[in-house]
Design a protein around this ligand. Structure first.
Ligand code: TTP
Ligand code: MG
Length: 229
């Protein structure tokens, strides 16, 4: 274990400090999750675990992300099932610091992406039924715990600009409709309470430019790390 973490555990027991914290960063594709995580990566009490996009690009030598965007109907079930597996591994990774920050969670994979694929007819009813059983079972068995959700609420137009600027080759075909739809799914889940929300939600305006976002993160780091309410 990380030395600081051990030190912190001793202090925690002595002064009954709160248990280690897991913070998930949620928001649309291109909403700024990685930028937020990169900022907190330097914090000594934080371990940042990014979404396994690189793993999705190389599954036994195949680029599953590319397959998914090339023929969504054919590959969406496999992609979502692999997303559950790789995100669950991140949830279950033992703490090495007082705060573990993760990009997305198994919940947004399901309540936002999976539901959107069903709604748009990209996943069949029977695929959804199997995925639903799989998701319910694994979340009940493994209890992927979150203490706080940071919701980066960014307009779909801004997300599109950022996706274009970063130029991930697999994402070249992402249409505005997909970003609008995923924005709706995040709002339904995190604001309107259409699906279970596993932790308190802090909504952060993600539309500001990089410098302003960093200033905001510096000013509010104790809240974002779940150390203050
Ligand atoms: P995001 O999880 O939105 O990550 P990002 O790095 O694009 O976001 P940010 O710019 O805010 O850091 O999506 C990564 C890619 O994976 C994206 O192309 C969408 C896709 N994806 C799915 O198709 N289904 C899923 O269930 C998940 C979790 C991602
Ligand atoms: Mg990212």
């Amino acid at each position: 274990l990380h030395e600081r973490y051990e030190e912190w555990l001793v202090k925690k027991n002595k002064f009954s400090l709160p248990a280690p914290v897991v913070v998930a960063v949620e928001g649309n594709i291109g909403s700024g999750k990685t930028t937020l995580l990169n900022h907190f990566r330097q914090h000594p009490d934080v371990e940042v675990l990014e979404e396994p996009v690189d793993k999705w690009k190389n599954v036994g030598g195949k680029n599953l992300l590319e397959l998914f965007y090339t023929d969504c109907q054919r590959w969406s079930y496999l992609f979502e099932s692999y997303a559950v597996l790789s995100l669950m591994k991140i949830h279950k990774k033992p703490h090495v610091t007082p705060v573990k920050m993760i990009e997305r969670s198994v919940y947004s994979g399901y309540f936002c992406f999976e539901h959107n694929l069903c709604k748009s007819g990209m996943m069949s009813k029977v695929e959804h039924s199997v995925h639903n059983e799989w998701f319910n079972w694994i979340t009940k068995q493994q209890q992927p715990h979150l203490d706080l959700i940071i919701y980066l609420k960014t307009s779909p137009e801004t997300c599109m600009e950022r996706i274009k600027a970063r130029n991930r080759s697999e994402e070249k075909t992402i249409p505005m409709e997909l970003l609008n739809a995923l924005h709706e799914r995040h709002e339904e889940w995190l604001i309107q309470g259409k699906f279970p929300v596993p932790a308190p939600v802090m909504v952060v305006d993600g539309n500001r430019d990089l410098e302003e976002m960093i200033t905001f993160y510096k000013k509010n780091d104790q809240y974002i790390l779940g150390m203050k309410q």
